[in-house]
Design a protein around this ligand. Structure first.
Ligand code: NAD
Length: 261
């Protein structure tokens, strides 16, 4: 038999400590807020300690939760180490992490210079590697945890009409980095999974080359719409929580059916 509140306990993040990169905008911001509503204390990390990042922390603290911000760049391993030191000194431990910091842009491969290629790889792939490593080191002090990397359906498919070989490759690599770390760290009780969003209405999709493509994205998606950013919260809470205690190395595609076509 199971306790009568089994399901709500399974999905609760009460008293867990979470670290979220990209918490100043879009998917990372909404997941940080969502994890706070499930009871987690949240450390919010992004490039600048103003604007969106300040809003995320303010919203959580004003609504009875606990959060603070750390500014840094996921390309710098030392920024992430410093963030882990602050997490440990202020909240005492780390249980959960969501790595959502990322960038996107487009350019035909034949016209792309190395600099453009490298920046996307450095942030979207090496940044996730630095993040996972720093997070796992702190989680190890407390018998493990759960890490969620935000990949993309572009890690499994090529988006129609978007020339972004560098982005697609970075996301395919994040999916396999996730599986590789899941296997390596299973002995350490650290679960590592990814979420691969489909087209989601965030500032990333308002970049200049996307403005005329929103309608196209909607018509290419079986559910005929883009995701509301709040629709990424449930999958993140699921993978972070005890409800996913036997899930590791999984890529959860949240795309309104896009990759089925
Ligand atoms: P967003 O631009 O709204 O948010 C990204 C956040 O990452 C920003 O706050 C930005 O400041 C931060 N960031 C960028 N570079 C950073 C760095 N070097 N160090 C620290 N922080 C940095 O974008 P979003 O749509 O919320 O995207 C979040 C993640 O989801 C990205 O990895 C993106 O590739 C992925 N994704 C988005 C979509 C979509 O349709 N929006 C679809 C699939 C995957």
């Amino acid at each position: 038999m199971i306790p009568i509140d089994f399901a709500s306990r399974l999905f609760s993040l009460k008293d867990r400590v979470a670290f979220v990169t990209g918490a100043g905008s879009g998917i990372g911001q909404m997941i940080a807020l969502g994890m706070a509503t499930a009871g987690a204390k949240v450390v919010c990390f992004d490039l600048r300690d103003d604007g969106g990042l300040t809003d995320t922390v303010k919203f959580i603290n004003e609504n009875g939760g606990h959060a603070f911000s750390v500014a840094g760049d996921v390309r710098n391993a030392s920024d992430l180490k410093k963030a882990m030191h602050r997490t440990e000194s202020e909240f005492g431990r780390l249980d959960l992490a969501v790595n959502a910091a990322g960038i996107a842009n487009a350019n035909p491969a034949l016209e792309m210079e190395l600099e453009q290629w490298q920046k996307v790889i450095d942030i979207n792939l090496t940044g996730i590697w630095h993040s996972c490593k720093a997070e796992a080191e702190l989680m190890l002090k407390n018998n493990g945890g759960s890490i969620i990397n935000i990949a993309s359906m572009s890690g499994s498919i090529v988006n129609r009409g978007l020339d972004q070989a560098h982005y697609n490759c970075s996301k395919a690599a994040v999916i396999n980095l996730t599986k590789s770390l899941a296997v390596e760290w299973s002995k350490n009780n650290i679960r590592v999974n990814s979420i691969s969003p489909g087209y989601t209405a965030t500032p990333m999709n308002t970049r200049p080359e996307m403005v005329h493509q929103t309608k196209e994205f909607e018509s290419q998606t079986p559910m005929k719409r883009m995701a509301d950013v709040k629709e990424m919260v449930g999958p993140a809470i699921f993978l972070a929580s005890d409800a996913a205690s036997f899930c590791t190395g999984h890529d959860l595609i949240v795309d309104g059916g896009f990759v089925c076509w």
